[in-house]
Design a protein around this ligand. Structure first.
Ligand code: PAF
Length: 281
């Protein structure tokens, strides 16, 4: 496995591989890798000749300084895990390498980026678009893989690529959420949970699974939303930030009483840890 910290030598290496007709799969990450990331690496390995993984904790997407400082970092463990899982190339740049000067670009993507995470984490998606547009231009992958745990992020990245990167020829590939055997969605933030909070966190996925069953048996949007709110409120460690039932493509509220082609997105504080999850209906 090759590790690059700078853009120019990485681009040289990738252009050599491209000239040998190798296809490139790309998995952007912020490190603190877990089985969810590895499932993306496995998919990239399967569908491309070369797998590139980036590890970069992107400061511009954190709207909260403490959250950025607390974000888990363990590059050596990440490199070892990637090597074990047949990653070919790691790109682990410094902040100065990625942002030699402040990125002042403003991405205007309309409603898809304004609801849910866009509303509760102002500036977050603009930072995601800044870094993802840079990474996609550097790596120029045939396929770029994103996990559906960050459901809205995928919709935003797709909208950004359509509007701001019309010459990008690769495909943004959306991959299913990876869960622990008890249902908890894998997240780098789970390391912040103490055993009691870890137990509480389980109620989030359990509630989503039960909500889907209710939707399948004909519950209305209001019934589903009320059920979720009441269920999450039963655990003293959990505090619901929002639950939305939205169109699975546009992420806008759904007209009518019953959810159709919908996704339920939820954000819950478990102690001080902010957890997100979702389920397609
Ligand atoms: O999902 C993430 O880990 C990040 O938002 C991403 C896509 C790597 C951009 O920093």
């Amino acid at each position: 496995m090759e590790i690059f910290k700078e853009i120019a030598p990485l681009r040289q290496r990738l252009s050599k591989l491209r000239s040998q007709d190798k296809t490139i799969g790309f998995v952007p990450t912020m490190g603190a890798l877990h089985a969810g990331h590895i499932s993306l690496v496995e998919r990239a390995n399967k569908e491309n000749d070369i797998t590139v993984v980036s590890i970069f904790v992107n400061p511009t997407q954190f709207n909260n300084k403490e959250d950025l400082e607390k974000y888990p970092r363990d590059p050596d463990a990440d490199f070892a895990l990637l090597e074990k899982n047949s990653c070919d190339i790691v790109f682990a740049p410094s902040v100065e390498e990625m942002y030699p000067e402040p990125d002042t670009r403003v991405f205007s993507l309309g409603s898809v980026a304004e609801v849910m995470e866009g509303k509760y984490r102002p500036g977050h998606f603009n930072g995601v678009c800044q870094v993802v547009s840079k990474l996609l231009s550097i790596v120029e992958p045939d396929h770029a893989y994103f996990g559906q745990k960050d459901y809205q992020q995928i919709a935003v990245v797709k909208a950004m690529v359509r509007k701001y990167m019309p010459n990008f020829e690769g495909e943004i590939v959306s991959c299913p959420i990876k869960r622990e055997s008890d249902g908890l969605a894998l997240s780098s933030r789970n390391v912040h949970l103490n055993p009691e909070q870890r137990k509480s966190a389980l109620l989030i996925s359990k509630t989503l699974f039960a909500a889907k069953e209710k939707a399948d048996s004909g519950a209305t949007q209001k019934q589903i939303r009320d059920f979720i709110k009441q269920n999450i409120a039963t655990d003293a460690n959990l505090c619901l930030e929002y639950v939305e039932i939205a169109d699975k493509d546009t992420l806008q509220p759904i007209a009518g009483e019953y959810p159709k082609n919908a996704v339920i997105c939820i954000t819950v504080y478990d102690g001080k840890t902010r957890l997100i999850d979702n389920i397609l209906l």
